[in-house]
Design a protein around this ligand. Structure first.
Ligand SMILES: *Cc1c(COP(=O)(O)O)cnc(C)c1O
Length: 433
């Protein structure tokens, strides 16, 4: 037996053994004691870029070149005609909605399975979020249900590529085109994700990205808008630059439309061009590790990895998401399953709660401003319009692993699968303990 097949054979043997090994939560030995890959990753590239920016004294985009250089590189990488960097992902979304003219009295279609910023930006424009239920198998907006949610007030459709896996863009773009409504892709978790070979964020009227510290491309805080519509890009520029268009310099003030200061700093720009040198390689690694993990997890009863749509040619894997069926785990509650995973050294989280049911939405709708914009009937009916039973169930079943866990070794994935197998084999005992 050569070394390779010996290792494979012993790995298989220990896997078989491991399934019956006592879980750590029941006093067995912890499966993994090693640290997970840390995040962010950096070296002299970042140190040099930051030091150079500091020494230049050019710290804001008007005086330096880093932000413009990043925009050019990100546009080239994604195949977008235009890119505008912003302070963060939230401001990228806010800027896009502002440039599209979304405002008071408008409705924006969105998924309830997302980070709260996707909803907050709609509320910041005094528009009404309209939730379309989630496709539980994929964790994405159920695009087949969008048409029924469109009214004469719908001014934007905002699919979110949650976890980095593309929403069903064929269906989203088709229904949007038939009603002439722009699509704003929230691609804040989907760097380098692809739909039918094209980068997500470039298929709608605009696409937004986040470079917040947890995201797959990281400058602490940061964001960007991609678009092929150069008029829209210039509107975005003015919105994020306190109403001033790109050509205005110095004291040549010309206020184009309302806006705010949502600009990216030169330090963020410097970090991003350095971080981008690793993006492709990290994305490949996540993709390979995630595929390997899926091949193992799908064999375990009660574990259903998030399905990808046929049009998905690349998942960015900001999150590795699966559904947990406690009935197949001897009635073991998800919270206890997660605790048992943590005891094995595998951190996993339950993910989002149902955003459409958040009390802050109710308070916003009941605020003086909203009552002046929307009729009592519209506000009273909002709740009825926004039931999302599939999403409610998804929020009870979801389990997430974070992207940094996918940039290590294949053997890391074997440990994740092994922990799940071990817990599965002893689920009833854990539930009783
Ligand atoms: C992170 C994120 C945002 C907001 O980005 P920030 O950079 O944190 O402002 C918006 N939408 C989604 C889906 C996100 O994951």
């Amino acid at each position: 037996m050569d070394r390779r097949s010996f290792i494979a054979a012993s790995a298989a043997a220990s896997t078989a053994l491991g399934a019956t090994a006592r879980p750590a939560i029941l006093g067995g030995s912890k499966l993994r004691t090693a640290a997970w890959p840390s995040w962010p990753v950096w070296d002299q590239r970042e140190e040099k870029a930051i030091a150079k920016t500091l020494a230049s004294g050019h710290w804001f985009r008007g005086s330096g070149k880093n932000v413009a250089e990043f925009e050019a590189q990100y546009a080239a990488l994604t195949g977008a005609k235009g890119c505008l960097a912003t302070a963060n992902g939230t401001s990228a979304l806010l800027t896009s909605l502002g440039a599209m003219g979304v405002g008071a009295g408008d409705e924006v279609i969105v998924t309830p399975y997302t980070f709260v910023a996707s909803i907050n930006v709609i509320l910041m424009m005094n528009a009404m979020p309209v939730f379309v239920d989630t496709d539980r198998e994929t964790f994405q907006i159920d695009a087949k249900k969008i048409a029924a949610a469109i009214t004469d007030r719908t001014t934007a459709i905002m699919p979110v590529h949650i976890g980095g896996s593309p929403a069903d863009l064929d269906t989203v773009l088709k229904v949007a085109a038939s009603k002439n409504i722009p699509v704003l892709e929230d691609a804040c978790q989907a760097h380098l994700g692809e739909w039918r070979g094209k980068k997500v964020g470039t298929l709608g009227a605009a696409g937004c990205f986040s470079f917040q510290a947890s995201k797959n491309l990281n400058s602490g805080e940061g964001g960007a808008i991609l678009t092929n519509d150069m008029d829209l890009l210039e509107k975005c520029y003015a919105f994020h630059n306190n109403s001033r268009g790109r050509k205005n310099t110095g004291y040549d003030f010309a206020y184009i439309a309302r806006g705010a200061n949502l600009r990216m700093t030169e330090f963020q720009g410097a970090l991003l061009t350095a971080q981008m040198t690793r993006l492709e390689e990290q994305a490949k690694r996540r993709d390979q590790n995630a595929a390997y993990l899926t091949s193992m997890l799908k064999e375990i009863p009660g574990v259903k990895p998030a399905r990808m749509y046929d049009g998905c040619t690349r998942n960015a894997y900001h999150l590795y998401m699966f559904r947990y069926d406690k009935e197949k785990f001897g009635g073991l509650d998800r919270a206890l399953f997660l605790k048992a995973m943590a005891a094995e050294g595998i951190p996993a989280s339950p993910g989002y709660g149902p955003l459409n049911k958040e009390p802050f939405l109710k308070y916003t709708l009941q605020s003086r401003g909203y009552q002046r914009i929307y009729s009592p009937k519209e506000i009273a009916n909002w709740h009825e319009r926004n039931h999302c039973p599939e999403n409610d169930q998804l929020c009870q079943e979801a389990v997430w692993l974070t992207q940094n866990m996918l940039i290590g070794e294949r053997s890391d994935m074997e440990q994740v699968a092994e922990a799940v197998r071990r817990i599965h084999a002893h689920a009833a005992a854990i539930a009783r303990a």
